[in-house]
Design a protein around this ligand. Structure first.
Ligand SMILES: *Cc1c(COP(=O)(O)O)cnc(C)c1O
Length: 397
């Protein structure tokens, strides 16, 4: 009897039930209502949201909601099909122009999610015989895109430019070399060494692809991202981002040269064979970029809040790794301690989550918190006082 699939199903059931039985299951919690951008209602309880990717507090923004509602009235709730056939709206082209301008690129193309964007773009740009060099901490969608492409994938130690250089040297005879990194790493909140990366990629003639899921709206004086942060102009060949984090919608994009965009619009399977972004989401995304430009104080606020949160945690004695952004790991060590710290915070109605192995290296299990532009000083101070008491109870500080 063939039982491999059933074993796999049963194995996961066993793991999840084990966690649920010990009250350690914190995932898939259903939110039933938003209260502004920083509070949510879960099972009747109002909780302070400290796990949001909405770094500029734009979820629920009136102007964005309105744009989405108007788009439904004008275009309906979906499209006539995939973009290439009957699915393209003028709205998609306006969104792509807005993204291209925001990212100082010639053009942009959108996909139905950030995950699909990485899969579709990477597997179109590189193939067998090519080499892709990835930071060890890159997002799973980048890894999956590389696997789908059939290119040879080599990983360098996290943010280690010496290790990257040794790999670039070793594979210098390859015609096509692509280096892919996250701008801000999603579990650690640290920033890629862009100046070092650009020097090496020019020296060894490699292209750079940058995933800006956690840097758009967060890095740079006007929130334009990693290049603005380092004061470097247009040094990234393939600028990838998502429309589901700072931008409160769904979808992903690649910005770059018009010829690159042209290639993706005709050859990327995740574009040609998958649905267009629905009208409401396209309108919301476009309006969100406009709001970022019109309300620049949000960018200042997220940076100020992140600095305050990180510095306060450090002065209490917590280890927050090298985070300099809105993503703040609070290192707990063992998985058990991470669950315990999260449990104590959740008991106090703070919405935070644990990240344990294999998502992060063994021994680096953590509570992962995010702060946004929407948080008030009072909310952050309250979260800090809960964390301080809980951290002492768990024996971390
Ligand atoms: C979230 C994320 C993605 C995927 O984006 P979705 O829009 O959620 O599919 C890609 N890369 C990174 C670094 C991410 O954090």
């Amino acid at each position: 009897m063939q039982s491999g699939i059933q074993n796999r199903i049963d194995g996961m059931l066993h793991r999840v039930q084990g966690m649920q039985d010990s009250n350690l299951y914190y995932y898939n919690m259903p939110i039933s209502e938003l209260k502004g951008s920083t509070e949510v209602v879960v099972a009747g309880r109002t909780m302070l949201m400290l796990a949001s990717y909405g770094y500029l507090g734009l979820l629920g923004h009136e102007r964005i909601n309105q744009a989405a509602a108007e788009a439904v009235h004008k275009y309906g709730s979906g499209t006539h099909g995939v973009r290439v056939l009957a699915g393209t709206l003028d709205l998609h082209l306006e969104l792509e122009r807005t993204i291209a301008d925001f990212k100082s690129a010639e053009d942009a193309v959108t996909f139905s999610s950030g995950y699909v964007t990485n899969l579709a773009a990477i597997s179109t740009i590189v193939g067998r015989k090519d080499i892709v060099l990835c930071d060890k901490y890159n997002h799973a969608s980048i890894v999956d895109g590389c696997l789908l492409s059939g290119a040879e994938l080599k990983r360098f130690r996290h943010n280690d430019m010496d290790h990257l250089e040794s790999l670039l040297k070793r594979y210098s005879d390859r015609n096509t070399k692509l280096v892919i990194v996250d701008a801000v790493f999603s579990m650690d909140g640290d920033i890629i060494d862009l100046p070092g990366l650009v020097d090496l990629c020019r020296k060894y003639d490699a292209w750079i692809m940058m995933d800006e899921a956690h840097s758009v709206g967060v890095l740079g004086k006007t929130g334009k991202g990693i290049e603005e942060h380092f004061g470097m102009e247009d040094c990234v060949d393939i600028k990838m981002g998502t429309l589901s984090k700072t931008i409160p919608s769904v979808g992903g994009y690649i910005a770059g040269s018009s010829s690159l965009v042209n290639l993706l619009k005709h050859a990327a399977r995740g574009f040609v064979f998958s649905a267009a972004i629905p009208p409401a989401q396209a309108a919301a995304a476009k309006t969100a970029f406009e709001v970022i430009i019109d309300e620049p104080e949000r960018i200042e606020n997220v940076q100020k809040n992140a600095n305050f949160f990180i510095e306060s945690l450090k002065s209490m004695g917590f280890d927050t790794l090298e985070s300099e952004t809105a993503i703040v790991p609070v290192i707990c060590g063992t998985d058990e301690k991470a669950y315990e710290l999260v449990g104590l915070c959740q008991n106090e109605d703070i919405f935070v989550l644990p990240v344990v192995s294999p998502a992060v290296p063994d021994g680096l299990a953590r509570l992962r918190a995010t702060v946004t532009a929407g948080h008030s000083e009072k909310q952050i101070k309250h979260a800090l006082s809960v964390l301080e008491v809980a951290g002492k109870q768990v024996g971390l500080i």
